[in-house]
Write a protein that binds this ligand. Structure first.
Ligand code: CLF
Ligand code: SF4
Length: 494
């Protein structure tokens, strides 16, 4: 088999458009010739060693590292149907809403089918580095299926990282087993640390063959979540906490949740918006509970960001998700299809591909370092820009093809990823769709510019009419954003 490129997403289009705003273009070929720095800013040998160890643990995990999600993919296998609690944002006909968008049904697999699927995908998408079990129920309410799947994969594909997401109720019972299986990343969904608030989210908990209703059940869940978090820290397993932001119920309270989980050693906090609609058939959907606006979500994430890392690139993916976080390739690997496919897992090929990605990332780092300001400027204006990207850390997608925009906040000092926003893509069967254009404009209306590899004349005109500047480029996101910002500030000051 011919080794695939470092990432299918990295190659420039055959007929590349001339960037209007940028002069240099990064290509995989150039990346292969160059080695870059790690960008480490630690000042003592011990801190540097610790930083390096931690970086190695997360550098290929697309959820634990924002940088990694531009380059590496994850996949989930849906082997865990049962659940042991009830969340008011969940309809058990669908996948676990703690790690998935509501209303999605994944195809349930046996551990053996799941292992076959992983080996198929690992061959076809060698940049897939993480296998997660996140549903469709709670993985630890199905411990034998979950652990059997991990065992099969660890045996046949030792370079794939294993990842687990749970509501935490049964976590303290299984931390030893998780450690033994070398699962280095565990997510707990923690929506409250105050059982009074929890009682508005969880109507019941099923624990050790008994159903506990109301606050009695919530207290058990809370104690078990804290115990599990502590046990993960003691076992040196990296823990991410997911929290669902529910306006009017736990939105203010999540600041306290953030502090508590930080004290208990959580590595990363991922505050996700409640997605709620009557058609999902959930308690919250049927009672009209709304989700947060992007602005409310960002404000809460900003107020919690403190010293702990805040995940802002979560896509609330399905229990059988496959691909980079922003893409969904699950339909290429339905059970009917993958059971007919041969496994092509090849460790050597995968390592070659990963080495190519590492070289490419080094080139990106060097390009980013060049545009990073060396002096801190106080009180410089902050602006948002919307980026169309297929991954690879580049502005590299046509406006008409984008199904989401990555939002970056830029000031004189830094370019910071702050979230993503889904849109209906503009180009439908070769034609621009007016209704989609209006939706896209509304979605990015608070930004100052749209950065894309190409924007057609009609949408350009409409974007400019509402004050959004258009930047066509094929280059490193931070570089394009920085060049736009400098020019924008000059315009404002003129
Ligand atoms: Fe899956 Fe979750 Fe592991 Fe990632 S997802 S089990 S940590 S490999 Fe990632 Fe998906 Fe968000 Fe989850 S984007 S829903 S945070
Ligand atoms: Fe649903 Fe997941 Fe909550 Fe269980 S833990 S009720 S599957 S959202």
């Amino acid at each position: 088999m011919t080794p695939p490129p470092p990432s299918a997403l990295l190659s420039a289009p055959a007929a590349k458009t001339t960037p209007k705003e940028t002069a240099t273009t990064l290509t995989p070929e150039k990346a292969k010739k160059s080695k870059g720095s790690c960008g480490c800013s630690s000042n003592s040998a011990t801190t540097q060693e610790l930083d390096a160890k931690m970086r190695a643990r997360i550098e290929k995990h697309p959820c634990y590292s924002e940088e990694a999600h531009h380059h590496y993919a994850r996949m989930h296998v849906a082997v865990a149907p049962a659940c042991n609690i009830q969340c008011n944002f969940c309809n058990r006909k669908y996948d676990c809403a703690n790690e998935s968008r509501p209303g999605v049904v994944s195809e349930l697999l046996t551990p053996e089918e799941a292992a076959h699927k992983v080996l198929v995908v690992a061959g076809k998408i060698p940049q897939m580095t993480v296998l997660g079990i996140a549903g469709p129920g709670d993985p630890l309410a199905n411990p034998e299926k979950t652990f059997r799947t991990f065992e099969l994969i660890a045996d046949k594909a030792p370079d794939i990282k294993l990842c687990l997401s749970t509501n935490g109720l049964m976590l303290p019972d299984y931390v030893d087993r998780i450690k033994q299986l070398n699962v280095d990343h565990v997510t707990i969904t923690i929506n409250m640390v105050d059982p009074e608030i929890g009682a508005k989210i969880y109507p019941w908990v099923h624990y050790r063959r008994r159903r506990y209703r109301g606050i009695e059940g919530v207290k058990i869940l809370h104690e078990r979540q804290m115990e599990g978090l502590q046990a993960l820290r003691e076992a040196d397993i990296l823990c991410k906490v997911n929290s669902v932001m529910i306006p009017g119920i736990n939105d203010q309270h999540l600041v306290e949740v953030d502090q508590v989980i930080r004290q208990h050693g959580a590595f990363l906090h991922n505050i996700m918006p409640l997605i709620s609609a009557p058609e999902h058939g959930t308690y919250f959907g049927l009672t009209g509970q709304r989700g947060p606006t992007p602005k409310e979500l960002k404000a809460l994430q900003d107020s919690c960001s403190g010293n702990m890392k805040m995940m802002r690139h979560c896509r609330q993916c399905r229990a059988d998700a496959v691909g980079l976080l922003g893409e969904d390739r699950s339909q290429e690997f339905t059970k009917e299809k993958f059971m007919q496919m041969e496994t092509e897992y090849n460790l050597e090929t995968r390592q070659e591909v990963h080495a190519g990605i590492a070289r490419f990332k080094a080139e990106l780092q060097a390009a980013k370092a060049k545009v990073k300001s060396s002096q801190k400027v106080a009180n410089s204006p902050k602006v948002l820009v919307a980026v169309a990207t297929k991954g690879g850390g580049l502005v590299n997608q046509h406006f008409g093809h984008a199904k989401e925009y990555m939002i970056y906040e830029v000031d004189a000092n830094e370019t910071r990823f702050v979230g993503h926003r889904k849109v209906a893509h503009y180009c439908q069967g070769g034609y621009g769709e007016e209704a989609s254009l209006e939706g896209i404009i509304n979605t990015v209306a608070d930004c100052k510019a749209v950065l894309a590899s190409k924007v057609g004349p009609c949408p350009q005109k409409e974007l400019q009419k509402v004050g959004l500047q258009v930047v066509e480029a094929y280059d490193v996101i931070e570089k394009v954003a920085r060049e736009f910002y400098n020019q924008y500030v000059q315009q404002v000051e003129a």
